[in-house]
Design a protein around this ligand. Structure first.
Ligand code: CLF
Ligand code: SF4
Length: 484
């Protein structure tokens, strides 16, 4: 069988495992979601192929950001305008700006080259609604030429109330607002100024306007039945404890999913926080806040804080393959029928994955007093363990407990295979990054890193199969050994 996302031949999911781990047992149900919040069928359909709104979809479907929005109307202390928007992108790389026409051309080229692309987002490098003409013109062109691509928008919310009607008219069904506070006193530590209707407001005066407009925007999206995701940047010592309050408020106002992201802060970014030594949260601190909010609403844990010109599956960066110079030389290959066939193939593959997961679960017996453990996974997507240890630029982290697996996030690393150079130091870093995991699941690994990981108590499981299946199989083996 071929994985439609990666184009690779995969083993038949649900077939006996090819891993070295023994087959597993435990046995009731597994959650592949980051939350227990229920969703109705209609809602599931609306998010089914959106890689950010659906954790499941992010293994299979891709998004494209077009950088058509350079200006911003507020200042965040974690942003330097020379860099991409930190709300929706990793600071450090300047985007190439596109005109709406160039952006539409890029979308048509990429929709052909990467047919699993389902979403086009505008997320910067400034704020899309501070550049309304470029933003809406881009959406208009794409809606006209590529009607099967979902349109998506990410904003700081200041101008949102003004534009909800236009957003609705254009059939933009997914809007993200970055909301870092619901208390302007806290906001004043994050935003030094806000520029609203031709006037600059400093300090708390500006933050109050921002807060008011964010709340109005949230309400208006709900009334217009547009799905709203809220992103919050977690800033230790400033809004970390406050985020549960933010979560409560946005939930009561109808936000669909909450994405709490770690502050990215380094002196070289030239941001206020970077220069003043404000640190970001550790993975543990982030998870604790996410878990705290997770009982109340759906939490996003698979965000990659992408660049404003990101291309591909979340977690892979193909933007360099599609620079402006390269794109303008490529002919659009948008083919609706071909795209629909690819999407149907992915859906079929997803069904098979689902069955394989269910099968793995029913083969698992419930274990009394079972420990909660973490495993690290090397994957290129499609919900499979399908990446060589040495090629992984991130590990996905799953918690396994009894008969349940839960995706809890990803951790970035420098890939180990560096052509012989710097591999020792890289391995040390990888080990530190996944030191709290009991196993690493990979398609292949060299003898030397395998031995080193083993010595340090991290078991290596090699195979090419469904992530949850391999994780549960390892878990059973692990528990059996603990009880010896
Ligand atoms: Fe882009 Fe944002 Fe739309 Fe996604 S990203 S505009 S909702 S299509 Fe996604 Fe990237 Fe995280 Fe954003 S992983 S930074 S949440
Ligand atoms: Fe930067 Fe985005 Fe904040 Fe504007 S909203 S200052 S572009 S992070």
């Amino acid at each position: 069988m071929t994985s439609p996302s990666t184009g690779r031949i995969t083993p038949s999911v649900g077939s006996p495992t090819s891993t070295k781990a023994k087959s597993s047992g435990c046995g009731t149900g597994c959650s592949d979601s980051s939350t227990t919040v229920e969703m109705d069928e209609k809602l599931k359909e609306r998010i089914a192929n959106h890689p950010c709104y659906s954790e499941e979809a992010h293994h299979h479907f891709a998004r494209l950001h077009v950088a058509v929005a350079p200006a911003c109307n507020i200042q965040c202390n974690y942003c330097n305008r020379k860099y991409d928007c930190a709300n929706e992108s990793r600071p450090g790389v300047v985007s190439e700006l596109l005109t709406p026409e160039e952006a539409a051309h890029k979308a048509l080229v990429i929709a052909g080259k990467i047919p699993q692309l389902t979403v086009l987002g505008i997320a910067g490098p400034g704020d899309p609604l501070a550049n309304p003409e470029q933003t809406f013109r881009t959406f208009e062109l794409i809606a006209e030429k590529a009607p099967d691509i979902k349109l998506c928008l990410s904003t700081n919310g200041l101008m949102l109330p003004e534009y909800v009607d236009r957003i609705k008219q254009l059939n933009i069904d997914h809007v993200t607002i970055t909301i870092n506070m619901v208390d302007p006193e806290i906001g004043a530590k994050i935003y030094p100024w806000v520029h609203y209707k031709r006037k600059r407001y400093r300090g708390i005066e500006g933050v109050k306007i921002l807060h008011e407009k964010q709340m109005e925007g949230l309400q208006a999206l709900k009334e217009a039945d547009i799905l709203c995701k809220v992103n919050s940047v977690m800033i230790p010592g400033i809004n970390d404890e406050h985020l549960t309050e933010v979560n409560k408020v946005i939930r009561s106002k109808g936000a669909f999913i909450h994405n709490i992201m770690p502050l990215i802060s380094a002196p070289e970014h030239g941001t206020h926080f970077g220069l003043t030594g404000q640190r970001g949260p550790t993975p543990k601190e982030l998870q604790a806040v996410q878990d705290n909010c997770g009982g109340n609403m759906k939490m996003m844990r698979h965000c990659r804080q992408c660049r404003a010109d990101a291309v591909g599956l979340l977690g892979e960066d193909r933007s360099q393959e599609f620079t402006k110079a390269k794109i303008m030389e490529m002919a659009p290959e948008y083919d609706l029928q071909k795209r629909q066939e690819v999407h149907a193939g992915i859906e079929k593959f997803q069904e098979e994955l689902k069955l394989a997961k269910q099968k793995a679960l029913t083969a698992v017996e419930s274990v009394e007093n079972s420990p909660k453990i973490l495993v690290a996974v090397a994957t290129k997507g499609s919900g499979l363990v399908n990446q060589h240890f040495g090629h992984a630029k991130e590990f996905q982290i799953y918690e396994v407990h009894g008969n349940q697996t839960r995706f809890i996030g990803h951790r970035k690393v420098d890939h180990y295979c560096q052509g012989g150079y710097g591999e020792k130091a890289t391995l040390e870093n990888i080990i530190q990054t996944i030191a709290d995991c009991k196993a690493v699941l990979v398609s292949k690994i060299g003898d030397s890193p395998k031995e080193k990981l083993h010595q340090l108590g991290i078991e290596v499981v090699e195979g090419y199969d469904v992530i949850e299946k391999m994780a549960l199989e390892f878990y059973k083996q692990y528990v059996q050994e603990q009880h010896k």
